[in-house]
Design a protein around this ligand. Structure first.
Ligand SMILES: Nc1ncnc2c1ncn2[C@@H]1O[C@H](COP(=O)(O)OP(=O)(O)OP(=O)(O)O)[C@@H](O)[C@H]1O
Ligand SMILES: [Mg+2]
Length: 274
């Protein structure tokens, strides 16, 4: 990121290769391999518990894999601490904004600039250097709020705002935090069909700015409409990677994820038509 907060278009691929994760002795991810091209919107779909969030946790260093590698350009992300991911242009939105419900919109978005110290971001006394950093964070936060057309919510607490606005604010926080590679965990969960359009527009805006986006979502219409490619997974394994319609229509995805019976002779869905 440059001194004035501008982010250059993403130019680096993300490469996840052979990642295994074990938590509490249980295999959560097995041999997960995929790559995300610079400037691409890459969707991850799969049923609850498939391991989607765990993949984002591996990419941004919260969970360390027991095998495999994660590289962003020439950076080995398995050696980067979560709070330093922003130095590599990586920002993350969360599956739930529940923990932030008492913050105002401006405070939430400014947190993206100060990931090392949540308390520090909210404290308004202290060292001069810290106050300067806080002022810069507020300024950068307001810039991004304006970029998303959200500045009217700046002083409103999150718990007064709709799910769609909360999700947009958390995406804005991720943009402030990193901005070049955005990891978005279910940006439309709890958001009504009508309001999903606003989230799709925000993605379009970020893509136009050249960001790379990894997006988890459960809504087949939203992912096929907004992603360049999809990865489907189940039980911690990759089922398929490819163009959205191909992945959603593939036999293995229909059988394993959508639960549709597939005619073994024709490969066609054997589910009754509408
Ligand atoms: N810290 C942990 N310790 C043990 N098991 C965990 C831990 N975190 C996640 N899991 C398990 O790992 C599996 C994958 O979880 P993950 O949250 O990645 O799934 P998901 O695909 O994001 O699901 P959802 O769609 O419900 O968000 C689940 O069975 C979950 O219970
Ligand atoms: Mg999840």
């Amino acid at each position: 990121m440059s001194a004035n907060g501008e982010v250059k278009p993403a130019a680096r691929p993300l490469k996840v290769d052979g990642v295994d994760v074990e938590l509490g002795g249980v295999a959560i991810l097995r041999g997960v391999t995929f790559d995300v091209r610079p400037g691409e919107v890459f969707g991850i779909v799969g049923p609850n518990g498939a391991g989607k969030t765990t993949i984002l946790n591996v990419i941004d260093g919260i969970v360390r894999p027991s095998a495999g590698t994660v590289r962003y350009g020439d950076v080995d992300l398995c050696r980067v601490r979560p709070h330093n991911m922003r130095d590599h242009g990586i920002g993350r939105s969360l599956q739930s904004t529940h923990y932030f419900r008492d913050l105002t919109a401006a405070e939430l978005v400014a947190l993206g600039e100060l990931p090392n110290s949540v308390a520090g971001a909210l404290r308004f006394t202290g060292h001069r250097k810290r106050r300067k950093a806080q002022a810069a964070a507020r300024h950068r936060g307001m810039e991004v709020l304006e970029q998303f057309g959200l500045e009217r919510y700046a002083s409103r607490p999150l718990n007064e705002l709709s799910s769609a606005v909360q999700k947009l604010l958390d995406i804005a926080r991720a943009v402030v935090a990193g901005g070049e590679l955005l990891l978005l965990d279910e940006p439309t969960s709890g958001v009504s069909g009508q309001e999903r359009g606003a989230i799709g527009e925000a993605l379009l805006q970020l893509r136009t700015l050249g960001r790379t986006i990894v997006l988890i979502d459960h809504d087949p219409g939203f992912v096929t409409g907004n992603c360049d490619r999809l990865m489907a997974m189940n039980f911690g394994e990759v089922l398929d990677v490819g163009l959205p319609d191909d992945v959603m229509g593939s036999d293995v995805v229909k059988r394993s994820y959508l639960g549709e019976p597939v005619d073994s002779d024709t490969g066609e869905s054997a589910a009754p038509g509408p």
